[in-house]
Every structure is written in C-alpha cells, then in structure tokens.
Design a protein around this ligand. Structure first.
Ligand code: HEC
Ligand code: HEC
Ligand code: HEC
Ligand code: HEC
Ligand code: HEC
Ligand code: HEC
Ligand code: HEC
Length: 399
C-alpha cells in the first residue's frame, strides 16, 4: 500500500516536471530581460502589423542560416569566384549547408560554413560564420540585383580573407539584441565575444518601440481599455525625438557610440549618446546617412518633412515610386507649372529620380570575379534638391 502511494507521488512529480519543462521550452525567455515580451506576443492584439512586418526589410535584416531550406529561400547559387589564377573560392553545398571554400592551386585550404546573414537582400547579403563565440565575416557577399557573388567591400583584392570579426556595432543596427563580452587575448588585446543564444536576429517590434512587457500585461488584464498604456505614443514625441528613433540606425557608421544603442528607446535622444556629431556642411556618404541628408534639405528645414511623412513603417514590401510621389505632392501641389522645361513624361509618373537620385556610395563597392572591377553600392540620397548634372548629363531612365 505504502509503496503504491510512493510510486503514485513519484509519478505525479514526474509528470509535473514534464509539464514545467514543456512550458519553459515553449515560452523561451527574451534574452533582453523580463521587461521584454518578444514579438510573438504582440500578434494576439496587433494582428495586421504583425502579419505585415514579417515580410519587410527591418524584420529580415539579419537571420540565422541552417540547412538547405534557409539558403534555398535566399536563392543562393553555387559558384566559383576567381581572385587570381591560383586563388579561387568556391561556394558549395555540402550535406545541406552552404560553405565558402578556399582553394590555392586547386588544393582546398580552408572551408567555413555559413551561419548567419546580414541584409534583407535589397542590394546584397553579407555572411558570417561562428568561430567559438566570435562571428567572422565571410569573404564573399551575394549581390541580389546583379545576381552574382562579389568580394566583400574593403577586403583584399587578390587574397581570400576570412579574418574580419563582426563587431557588435553591425548587430546594433541589423539585429534586435546580442550580449557581448570583452575577452583579453594572449597579446593583451581585447576581442569581442558574443553569448550565442542571446542574439535576436532581425529588427523586431520592441527594438523600435522599446520594452513592452508592462504594456502586454496591462492590456491582458484590462481588455476594455482601448488607449495604449505603458507604451510611448510616437506622434506625441517632439519632432527631433521622432527622427532620432530612426536616426539611431540611420545616421551612418561614423556615429561613434561608447554605450550600446540596444537600450535606445522611443523618447531618448541621440544627443545623449557620447560623441554624437551632426551634419556639418560637407556631403556625408549616402550609405546609411538618411538623417543628416534629410536634415540638410529644405523639405525638412522649412517643410518639417520627417521619416514617416514618406515611409509607411510596417509596410510588407517596398512602396512604389508613384506612392512616394503622392507624398511629395501633398506638400508640393503646384509643381507642374515650375517644370516647363523638364521631362514631362517622368514628371507625371514620379519626382524621385530627379530630386532624390540613386548615388553611389564612395565607401562601398563590390569586386566581381576574375576582375578588379567594382559594382558600386547605389543608395537613394535623402538630400532632396535640384540635381543639374543628373538631369543634363545622364537623363534618368523611366522605369
Ligand atoms: C493584450 C493586448 C495587447 C498586446 C498583447 C499588445 N498590445 Fe500594443 N496595444 C494594445 C492596445 C489596446 C493599444 C491601443 C489601441 C491601439 O493603438 O491599437 C495598443 C497600442 C500599441 C501601440 C501604439 C501606441 C500609440 O498609440 O502610438 C504600440 C506601438 C504597441 N501597442 C506596441 C505593442 C508591442 C510592441 C506589443 C508586443 C510586444 C504589443 N503592443 C502587445 C494592446 C496590446
Ligand atoms: C535598429 C536599427 C534601425 C532602426 C531603429 C530603424 N531602422 Fe530603418 N533600417 C535599418 C536597417 C539595418 C535597414 C536595412 C535593411 C536591409 O535591407 O537589410 C533599414 C532599412 C530601412 C528602409 C529601407 C527598406 C525599405 O523597405 O524600403 C527604410 C525606408 C527605413 N529603414 C526607414 C526607417 C524609419 C522611418 C525608421 C524610424 C521609424 C527606422 N528605419 C528605424 C535599421 C533600422
Ligand atoms: C522600424 C521600427 C518599427 C518596427 C520594427 C515596428 N514599429 Fe510599430 N511603429 C513604428 C513607428 C515609427 C510608428 C508610428 C507611425 C506613425 O505614426 O506614422 C509605429 C506605430 C505602431 C502602432 C500604432 C498604430 C499604427 O499601426 O500606426 C502599433 C500598434 C505598432 N506600431 C505596433 C508594432 C508591432 C506589434 C510591431 C512588431 C510586429 C512593430 N510595431 C514594429 C515603428 C516600428
Ligand atoms: C549605423 C547603422 C549601421 C551599421 C553600424 C551597419 N549597417 Fe549595414 N546598413 C544600414 C542601413 C541603414 C542599410 C540600408 C540603407 C543604406 O545603405 O543606407 C544597411 C545596408 C546593409 C546591407 C545591404 C542590405 C540590403 O538589403 O541590400 C548589408 C549587407 C549590410 N548593411 C551589412 C552590414 C555589416 C556587415 C555591418 C558591419 C560591418 C553593417 N552593415 C553595419 C545600417 C547599418
Ligand atoms: C512635409 C512637406 C514636404 C514634403 C513631404 C516634401 N517637401 Fe519638398 N519642400 C518642402 C518645403 C516647405 C520646401 C521649401 C519651399 C519650396 O521650395 O517649396 C521644399 C523644397 C523642395 C525642393 C527645392 C530644393 C532646393 O534645394 O531648393 C525640392 C526640389 C523638393 N522640395 C522636392 C520634393 C520631393 C521630390 C519630395 C518627395 C520625395 C518632397 N519635396 C517632399 C516641403 C515638403
Ligand atoms: C520626402 C520623402 C522622404 C522622407 C522625408 C524620407 N524618405 Fe527615405 N526614401 C524616400 C524615397 C522616395 C526612397 C526611395 C525608395 C525606392 O527607391 O524604392 C527612400 C528610401 C529610403 C531608404 C532606402 C535607401 C536605399 O536606397 O536603399 C532608407 C534606409 C530610408 N529611405 C530611410 C529614411 C529615414 C531614416 C528617413 C528620416 C530620417 C527618411 N528615409 C525620410 C523618401 C523619403
Ligand atoms: C525630369 C526631372 C524632374 C522631375 C521628374 C521633377 N522635377 Fe522638380 N525640378 C527639376 C528641375 C531641373 C528643377 C529646377 C527648375 C528650374 O530651375 O527651372 C526643379 C524644381 C523643383 C522645385 C522648385 C525648386 C526651386 O526652388 O527652384 C520643386 C519644389 C520641385 N522641383 C518639386 C518636384 C516635385 C514635387 C516633383 C514630382 C511631382 C518634381 N519636382 C519632379 C527636375 C524635375
């Protein structure tokens, strides 16, 4: 009798443990801490936004790569990239994973597996592999517009380079979180290591909106309340702070920060980040400098045009240039009269190619195989102005 009782207790204890274990597995804790709810939590109340965002560039700006499915969904072909006659790099599928393999004189000297990808693929993907607890950039990028493998920007032209560590700064703009530690090396330098499980790929809801656990708990307990509680209301922030919420990642890579920008939340200001510098007259590189360029434009200086005047932030896919043109027209109604000498066909369609032309980054170029030629990295400039040379020397083509 007693023994049966004991077995029963043991049995119920075991099943209790199983249930607990299952719960903790399903409800994986957010690595940013208990103040964060995780973006899967938002869906129950914000269905539309949550469904749309899965397809947009912010959400997909980085991802883990594991197995054939991941590489196939990105449409990455196998290839051989020629650095010199002797030095070649193969992109090869091996037992379901995608490897970059270095060959010298036809002999394999190094092979690394693709573990992580940067970029939503509007122009390009950059790849990385784990080496212990460090992430290293892989030699080749994939250029989605040209559909070819290219040497990573800034890498040596005639050598295969596997040695550039990915720093937290990349992840601050291209992911939602990673925990890092500084480790001293044998030669007394510092190297950055990541806590692997802490990395949250993509830019999720709370990366932009800030920690939302209190918000979630409140609205679960008070379903009758229809006003947002414990949540910054974007529209009620001052203009400069609305822009800074985007500028924390759209002020270029020369923005020097001593503290991590992961903790930046709506209502914070960039000025509180150490060594923050503003546009000082000279033309900043078009890559990632949307804030400084826009702020130098009369549409902002006089018109107060801000990021969300033109960008629909949760949109699933890129807006067409015609949609953007409607936003221009909302402030510039009488433009057609001012444009007697201009290309009327283009004018009817859109304003963008003339006043926000695609310009090549002066910092980034992608070297193609078997050549020193570089494909320029083209970005829309946010310096909205009249571009004489764009219009006279090389008339923009109608898309
Ligand atoms: C239990 C329901 C519930 C959950 C879960 C929930 N919210 Fe909300 N949220 C609301 C309600 C209600 C409002 C106010 C009405 C509205 O704007 O939809 C709101 C409004 C908002 C707003 C708009 C604030 C404003 O007015 O500008 C944001 C941003 C927001 N939530 C973010 C989030 C994020 C991020 C998550 C997930 C981490 C989340 N919410 C999860 C109920 C919820
Ligand atoms: C955490 C960093 C981060 C924040 C905050 C952020 N962005 Fe971005 N944004 C990025 C990155 C990285 C990309 C590049 C995505 C890609 O193609 O991989 C991007 C891309 C974009 C694009 C081009 C993608 C497209 O679909 O057209 C627009 C527009 C944009 N951001 C606007 C904004 C606006 C407006 C805000 C503020 C409300 C904002 N971003 C806040 C990092 C950020
Ligand atoms: C790149 C930054 C960014 C990301 C990522 C983001 N939001 Fe937003 N969200 C904004 C901005 C900016 C606004 C204000 C838009 C406006 O007022 O024009 C906003 C507005 C909202 C609103 C108010 C109503 C609306 O639709 O305008 C809700 C609710 C919301 N977001 C929920 C979410 C949820 C849920 C997610 C994740 C699934 C998410 N957001 C991801 C930047 C972001
Ligand atoms: C200050 C924020 C910031 C930092 C730091 C940053 N990026 Fe970006 N990155 C962006 C933005 C914004 C874009 C898209 C628009 C642009 O180029 O202005 C972008 C574009 C990209 C793209 C092309 C995405 C596409 O869809 O075509 C890749 C790949 C990329 N970055 C990789 C990296 C890597 C690797 C690092 C670190 C060495 C890095 N970025 C550092 C903000 C940043
Ligand atoms: C929120 C309102 C607003 C929006 C949106 C806006 N602008 Fe402007 N823009 C202005 C104001 C105000 C001025 C300064 C007065 C003027 O020239 O009309 C200006 C000036 C300009 C100028 C003159 C630049 C110069 O150097 O003299 C051009 C060109 C221009 N805008 C084009 C555009 C285009 C193209 C778009 C859409 C991509 C756009 N604007 C969107 C308000 C806006
Ligand atoms: C006057 C309208 C307007 C304003 C204001 C504006 N943008 Fe844009 N943005 C555009 C247009 C138009 C494009 C080009 C879209 C395309 O080519 O499909 C664009 C493209 C982008 C891209 C992608 C660049 C590329 O070529 O890959 C980013 C990132 C971006 N915007 C961020 C921002 C941020 C951040 C702000 C606020 C600081 C902002 N934008 C303000 C009109 C605007
Ligand atoms: C074919 C190229 C082209 C297109 C398309 C175009 N513009 Fe212009 N725009 C110009 C040129 C060039 C000027 C300078 C006019 C001049 O000096 O005669 C100009 C002048 C302007 C100005 C006045 C700048 C000033 O103060 O002199 C504004 C505002 C403007 N454009 C807005 C727009 C808007 C809004 C659209 C879309 C509806 C648009 N433009 C489409 C080429 C273009």
């Amino acid at each position: 009798m007693r023994q049966r009782h004991f077995i029963l207790v043991l049995f119920s204890l075991a099943s209790f443990l199983v249930v607990v274990l299952q719960c903790t597995q399903v409800k994986k804790k957010d690595s940013r801490g208990p103040a964060y709810a995780g973006s899967s939590t938002c869906k129950s109340c914000h269905e539309d936004v949550s469904t749309a965002i899965v397809h947009n560039a912010h959400f997909n700006t980085s991802r883990f790569i594991a197995g054939t499915e991941a590489t196939d969904s990105l449409g990455l072909p196998q290839a051989s990239f020629v650095f010199t006659e002797k030095t070649k790099l193969g992109v090869e599928k091996r037992s379901g994973d995608l490897f970059q393999v270095a060959y010298i004189d036809g002999r394999e000297v190094k092979a690394e597996k693709t573990d992580f990808a940067f970029g939503a693929g509007l122009s390009a993907y950059t790849f990385a592999y784990w080496y212990g607890n460090q992430l290293f950039q892989m030699p080749l990028n994939y250029h989605t517009r040209e559909q070819q493998w290219v040497n990573s920007p800034g890498f040596p032209e005639e050598q295969i380079y596997f040695g550039r560590p990915i720093i937290t700064r990349c992840l601050e703009c291209h992911s939602s979180y990673v925990k890092n530690t500084l480790v001293q090396t044998n030669d007394l330098n510092l190297k950055e290591e990541f806590v692997k499980g802490s990395l949250i790929a993509g830019i999720d809801c709370e990366r932009c909106h800030g920690p939302a656990m209190k918000h979630v708990e409140f609205h679960r307990e008070h379903p009758q309340v229809k006003e947002a509680t414990h949540m910054a209301v974007y529209r009620s922030l001052p203009l400069s702070r609305r822009i800074d919420m985007c500028a924390v990642c759209h002020s270029g890579i020369s923005l020097q920060v001593l503290t991590s920008t992961f903790s930046f939340k709506p209502g914070d200001t960039l000025k509180s980040l150490p060594q923050y510098s503003t546009y000082a007259g000279q033309e900043p590189d078009v890559h990632g400098n949307q804030k400084q360029l826009l702020e130098a434009s009369p549409c902002f200086k006089i018109g107060k045009a801000e990021c969300v005047s033109c960008h629909d932030i949760h949109e699933a896919k890129k807006q067409s240039l015609e949609v953007y043109t409607q936003k221009c027209r909302s402030c510039h109604q009488n433009t057609v009269q001012d444009h007697q000498d201009q290309n009327q066909a283009l004018l009817k369609q859109q304003c963008i190619d003339c006043h926000m032309p695609m310009l090549a980054s002066t910092k980034i170029g992608f070297q193609v195989s078997n050549s020193k030629k570089k494909i320029p990295y083209q970005v829309r400039t946010h310096r909205i102005a009249v571009y004489e040379d764009v219009i006279k020397d090389s008339p923009p083509k109608i898309k």
